[in-house]
Design a protein around this ligand. Structure first.
Ligand code: FES
Length: 143
């Protein structure tokens, strides 16, 4: 299984890593099968995501997709961040091996979970925007 150079770059030097004490929304998603966990923090001002941080305990692709997803939503309006798809994350990383596609879905959903939490805190009904968490394929977790 080969990772693209971009994936390796983001894995070795992930952007926006860390915790955020004063976050306006925090979302956590996990894959029960491999045990990987992604937590995203967002800071929102005037409906714009002004800052975003992540903590991911997982495989290389999970870290690289978290890093790219945070880059892609930073500075975006909330409604545009919600349009982020795992496909866009993968494309920005020059692709992922097929067995790692589900890791990018986790990144998409972690962003959505953070926005969902932001809505909840503001008393806006958080329509269920976090979809099904896909399972890792047997034997490919933590690669
Ligand atoms: Fe579990 Fe990538 S998220 S293997």
């Amino acid at each position: 299984m080969a990772y693209s150079e971009k994936v390796m770059e983001h894995f070795a030097n992930p952007h926006n890593v860390g915790e955020m004490k004063d976050a306006d929304g925090v979302g956590e998603v996990g894959n029960p099968k491999c045990g990987d966990i992604m937590r995203m923090y967002i800071k929102v001002e005037d409906d714009v995501i002004t800052d975003v941080k992540f903590m991911t305990f997982g495989c290389g692709a999970a870290i690289a997709t978290s890093s790219m997803a945070t880059d892609l939503v930073k500075g975006k309006r909330i409604e545009d961040a919600l349009k982020l798809t795992n496909k866009a994350v993968m494309e920005a990383l020059d692709g992922l091996p097929p067995v790692k596609v589900h890791c990018s879905v986790l990144a998409e959903q972690a962003i959505k979970a953070a926005v969902s939490d932001y809505y909840r805190r503001r008393g806006i009904d958080p329509t269920p925007i976090v979809g099904e968490i896909p399972e890792c394929e047997e034997g490919h977790c933590h690669v």
